[in-house]
Design a binder for this molecule. Structure first.
Ligand code: GLN
Length: 534
């Protein structure tokens, strides 16, 4: 079967959940046995989101091949259980950079380089690149932003051209919002009509409309939208608010989104059945858990939970599989000090110390780590969180009061966390990080080896600084062992404290690889021991 291209655009407003709808459709098609990949096109000018503050677009996700990507790729992976790559997320910055590089090389043979056709050709090349691998029956491409934005114009134009070129092998889904005006007691379709008109003006007629609504869509509303927007009634899909994003694929299945999509693409939906057994098994666990597990996430971007999206989702997976309902509090590390730490953190069954960059809030994280260590509270430190655990241990147990990371105190004689020699020459920000999946060998008989159930693992990284091996021996003599290390460079990747119920810090980011069908063992075990902590 020729690869089918499905585009998902959004109208009226942002934050309607395009990423979740795209991932849900991907899941349903995959559950029917098709090979699916989800792609995100971001119309902003940054070459990738690596340099963005998490408060801008939420967390920066990292692919196995070391690409810093939009957080929607996290949804795709969590839903589809298939790792994505650099090709799954493309920004305008990268598109323009590629075109400009070629222009400088003289590839355009003296021609004027323009948005159409050069930018649009580059966009199309990046979309088709996934299909051309031959690995996928469906490429689902989500266009970031909202239709009508100036910056998304070249993308919509590319969609128009691809529909023209591919005909029946291409389909467009438009996600809009149907507000309920309380004073009139009515659902209003006008914003949807306008946004479809906008899309039509740009040359694209949507085949399927997904209506996000806080009130049930009545048959009349459905009919009206169908009539005004040139789509069949059956292609008007309701996306109601649900308790968890993991319900969305099931709702979309009930609404018949996958069936409509297949039909429009000339495939008989009765030829396959979406097998959602395993998904529903997870969903049942998620819904049926009543007993709580109380976890504190100590970080500095707590005002926007999206900044910790993958960590939160990983905890949700792990709690459900442990038959617990997650009670998670996000705690601002800046607010923690020696006097209030016990008031703030007592009562939690587990403490997670978040990744991060820079000085703000680091003292609070160190105090939180100490609290967990001294009070036997299960504690998981991720990346900066692991580094903080090491600093705290060096200060309090080894007696180096000035222990720190070179990132924050480059003058200290006790750089427990430091930059490795070969990294120091790379000055370009964004280029100097250890990014993507690296091997890690686990120490026999360690907690890490036990919970992973194997000796060699691959985990994703995103950091500049490393555990300083000069201190390894002293750490180990005093009860903090390096239980995971990179087999090539010997860099310490996991530290764990003996004589503590569960105190583990990891230099990598396990949260990027926890999925619904494959919850991450570190989170599973962390939550499990947390449930045993009274
Ligand atoms: N700031 C630390 C480093 O660069 C940790 C980064 C992180 O937590 N992702 O090494």
């Amino acid at each position: 079967m020729a690869t089918k291209y499905i585009f998902v655009t959004g109208g009226v407003t942002s934050s309607l959940g395009k990423g979740i709808i795209s991932a849900s459709l991907g899941k349903l098609l995959q559950a029917r046995g098709y090979r699916v990949t989800n792609q995100k096109l971001d119309p902003y000018i940054n070459v990738d989101p690596g340099t963005l503050n998490p408060y801008e677009h939420g967390e920066c996700y990292v692919t196995v091949d070391g690409h810093e990507a939009d957080l929607d790729l996290g949804h795709y992976e969590r839903f589809l259980n298939v790792p994505s790559t650099k090709a799954n997320n493309v920004t305008s910055g990268r598109i323009y950079q590629n075109v400009i590089n070629r222009e400088r090389r003289g590839d355009f043979l003296g021609k004027t380089v323009q948005v159409i056709p050069h930018i649009t050709d580059e966009i199309k090349r990046n979309i088709k690149m996934l299909g051309n691998t031959g690995d996928f029956d469906f490429v689902i491409t989500e266009i970031g932003g909202t239709v009508g934005d100036i910056e998304s114009l070249p993308y919509i134009e590319s969609v128009r051209q691809m529909r023209w070129e591919l005909g029946k092998d291409c389909l467009c889904i438009h996600l809009t919002y149907v507000p309920f005006v309380a004073a009139a007691g009515e659902l209003k379709t006008k914003p949807t009509q306008h946004s479809v008109k906008e899309l039509q003006q740009e040359g694209v007629q949507p085949d399927v409309l997904v209506l996000r609504a806080e009130h049930p869509i009545t048959p009349e509303v459905r009919k009206k939208v169908a009539l005004f927007c040139n789509v069949d009634s059956e292609a008007v899909i309701e996306s109601a608010d649900v308790k968890t994003i993991y319900e969305v694929p099931i709702r979309m299945q009930q609404e018949g989104l996958d069936r409509v999509v297949l039909k429009r693409l000339g495939i008989n939906p009765d030829d396959t059945v979406a097998d959602m057994k395993q998904w529903n098994f997870f969903l049942d666990k998620l819904h049926n858990a009543t007993e709580e597990v109380k976890i504190a996430l100590v970080g500095k971007y707590v005002r926007l939970p999206d900044a910790y999206k993958s960590i939160i989702e990983s905890l949700i997976h792990a709690s459900a599989y442990n038959d617990r309902k997650l009670k998670l509090d996000l705690i601002l590390s800046e607010e923690i000090n020696d006097n209030n730490v016990s008031d703030i953190l007592s009562g939690y069954q587990g403490i997670l110390i978040a990744p991060g960059f820079g000085e703000r809030g680091v003292d609070g994280k160190i105090i939180a780590a100490r609290f967990a260590r001294e009070n036997n509270v299960p504690c998981l430190g991720i990346c900066f969180g692991m580094q903080v655990m090491a600093i705290e241990f060096a200060r309090d147990v080894l007696g180096y009061a000035d222990a720190h990371t070179a990132e924050i105190n480059p003058q200290t004689p006790h750089k427990i966390i430091d930059m490795m020699e070969d990294q120091k020459v790379v000055l370009d920000k964004g280029g100097s990080m250890r990014l993507g999946a690296f091997a890690c060998r686990l120490l026999k008989n360690s907690k890490a080896a036990e919970l992973y159930g194997k000796e060699l693992i691959y985990e994703r990284h995103r950091h500049r600084f490393e555990f300083n091996n000069q201190y390894k021996e002293e750490f180990e003599k005093n009860g903090m062992i390096v239980s995971g290390f990179n087999p090539e460079t010997n860099l310490g990747e996991i530290i764990e404290l003996k004589n503590h119920p569960w105190y583990i810090g990891v230099q990598f980011h396990p949260e990027y690889s926890s999925t619904v069908l494959n919850p991450h063992p570190l989170f599973l075990e962390f939550v499990k021991v947390a449930t045993q902590h009274k």
